[in-house]
Design a protein around this ligand. Structure first.
Ligand SMILES: Cc1cc2nc3c(=O)[nH]c(=O)nc-3n(C[C@H](O)[C@H](O)[C@H](O)COP(=O)(O)O)c2cc1C
Ligand code: SF4
Length: 496
């Protein structure tokens, strides 16, 4: 059966932001159904649907809701509309084209979690979108979907929009909560997790816009439909953003598990590269999840199949599992940045490093300093003063920052480390070639550091640095030829 979009079904419908248009298309029927169930039944339904969070971490929504203490008297729902991950703009599209779908999702999640107040925390730059959403909230109040005794169920829910000032770290759930409370958006040390102690120190659920927007469809179309969409552990539809030099950049809905290749080349999606250029690299999950190449690369040894074989990285399927076989941290926001063959990989590195260095909130030393070091190294490499050693240094810095090694309060440095680590790992030869061309003296001094016996030799158009141990750095373009100098003196690294 062909896939029928649900999250973007109103994207091109005139006046789609109004409650009349939404209701005429069956809107708020899911909420009406939910209010006839008990909150516990709803939580069970969402658990069975295995609705995984669309905000980046992919945590199952139903399980998160069940962490709320049973004896709580107050619960808050924070709707994460900060949408600050680079190239990600699907929440914006939802708010611009179908705000009532989000509001219906808030009502359903609010009822399931016994929330009394929902706060929509909105990215500061979303000015027009704020007005669209505020109009929709007013309409929903007027129609009785917010306020007292909603649809005669006895359930009360207030809904407010809170505008942020535009900081990446305010998308992190505890940074968001601090900012909502009127403080500086500094993430909190966990535990306690928000489910136990969140906004105003009360039990709080934080969910992404798209996660909540899925709820009305689970209720109206049913569990069987939901489970029929997607892959084994990744159920339901997803909004994918595609940006970069493609023919049709935009936001597209597809079942979870669509491949990167389909999104770039498919007729229903981005329709190929502008000017027929080749894909050099893709960041498929927002920046933070890492990079894949536009061609063959050995699959991650943890990948299930043959670790020795090369895999076309564009075959990567965008669900919560397959991405891990391509050295990606996760699905992230499923927002693709496509990079073409004309782009200098050093520029990509500088842009990535600059973003995280600028956005680190500065509480944790290794994040504040580490992201700044990476940016400085990246700038040095772009300026032509890079050393091969810098590539190792970058790798080392990325291993020593983040929540995963237990060194930081929030996940921002993990998201900074992963794209830089994968860029250096997957494009190492290209970085080395730039270094070799641009800074022969730096290369020479590096070669001497690892082997004092290293010496220079004129080869073809310039010099080669020969290392007795067999490792080799070249400051010149050797025109892809191997130069053999005898058993112990072979040129092993060649620019291609
Ligand atoms: C640095 C950082 C930035 C984040 N930015 C966002 C964001 O803009 N929007 C979002 O929904 N989640 C963001 N997250 C993830 C949230 O902390 C949280 O996991 C998410 O809002 C939970 O919603 P979900 O379970 O529905 O996905 C960010 C996390 C980190 C570490
Ligand atoms: S890890 Fe970085 S962004 Fe997160 S709290 Fe620490 S300094 Fe701030």
């Amino acid at each position: 059966m062909p896939f029928e979009p649900v999250l973007m079904r109103h994207a091109n419908v005139p006046n789609s932001t109004s409650i009349e248009v939404y209701q005429r298309a069956g809107g708020y029927a899911g909420a009406a159904k939910a209010l006839k169930m008990t909150p516990d039944e709803l939580v069970e339904l969402v658990k069975k649907a295995n609705l995984r969070g669309r905000g980046g971490a992919g945590f199952p929504a139903g399980m998160k809701w069940s962490f709320l203490p049973k004896d709580r008297t107050v619960t808050y729902l924070c709707v994460n509309a900060d949408e600050s991950e680079p190239p990600t703009f699907c929440n914006r599209i939802t708010i611009e084209t179908d705000p009532h779908m989000l509001l219906e999702g808030i009502l359903i999640a609010g009822y399931a979690t016994r929330t009394t107040v929902a706060y929509i925390y909105m990215r500061g730059e979303f000015t027009e979108q704020f007005h669209i959403l505020q109009r929709a909230v007013d309409e929903a109040y007027a129609a009785g979907y917010f306020g007292r005794n909603i649809l005669g169920s006895g359930y009360d829910l207030e809904c407010y929009i809170h505008r942020g000032a535009g900081a990446y770290v305010c998308g992190e759930e505890t940074g968001l909560i601090e900012s909502l409370e009127g403080k500086r958006g500094w993430p909190r040390i966990k535990p306690p997790f928000p489910a136990v102690e969140g906004a105003f120190r009360k039990p709080t659920v934080v969910n992404n816009v798209e996660t909540l927007a899925c709820l009305p469809h689970i209720l109206t179309r049913g569990l069987d439909w939901w489970l029929s969409v997607g892959t084994e552990n990744s159920k339901g539809p997803k909004m994918y953003c595609v940006s970069g030099p493609v023919n049709r950049p935009g936001c597209y809905e597809a079942p979870l598990g669509v491949s990167v290749r389909e999104l770039i080349y498919g007729d229903d999606f981005a329709r190929g590269m502008r000017g027929g250029k080749k894909v050099k690299a893709v960041f498929p999950g927002g920046l933070s999840m890492g990079v894949i190449r536009g061609d063959l690369f050995p699959k991650n040894p943890s990948g299930a199949i043959d670790p020795k074989a090369d895999y076309d990285e564009l075959d990567c399927r965008l669900d919560f599992d397959d991405v891990r076989h391509y050295d990606l941290l996760g699905l992230g926001t499923a927002a693709l940045v496509v990079i073409d063959e004309d782009t200098d990989i050093r520029d990509v590195l500088v842009n990535v490093a600059r973003f995280y260095s600028h956005e680190s909130c500065g509480q944790c030393t290794q994040c504040r300093e580490g992201t700044a070091w990476m940016y400085k190294i990246a700038q040095r490499m772009r300026a032509g003063a890079g050393r091969v050693y810098d590539l190792d240094l970058l790798q080392e810095v990325t291993q020593n920052m983040g929540m995963m090694p237990g060194l930081s309060i929030c996940g921002l440095p993990d998201g900074a480390a992963w794209p830089i680590r994968t860029l250096v790992y997957k494009f190492r030869r290209e970085f080395e070639a730039h270094i070799a061309r641009q800074a022969p003296d730096a290369v020479m001094s590096y070669a001497r550091r690892i082997n004092p016996a290293a010496y220079e030799l004129p080869v073809l158009h310039g010099r080669a640095v020969i290392d007795e141990g067999g490792t080799f750095q070249t400051p010149v373009d050797l025109m892809s030829k191997r130069v053999t100098l005898g058993p112990a003196r072979e040129v092993v690294a060649v620019v291609d």
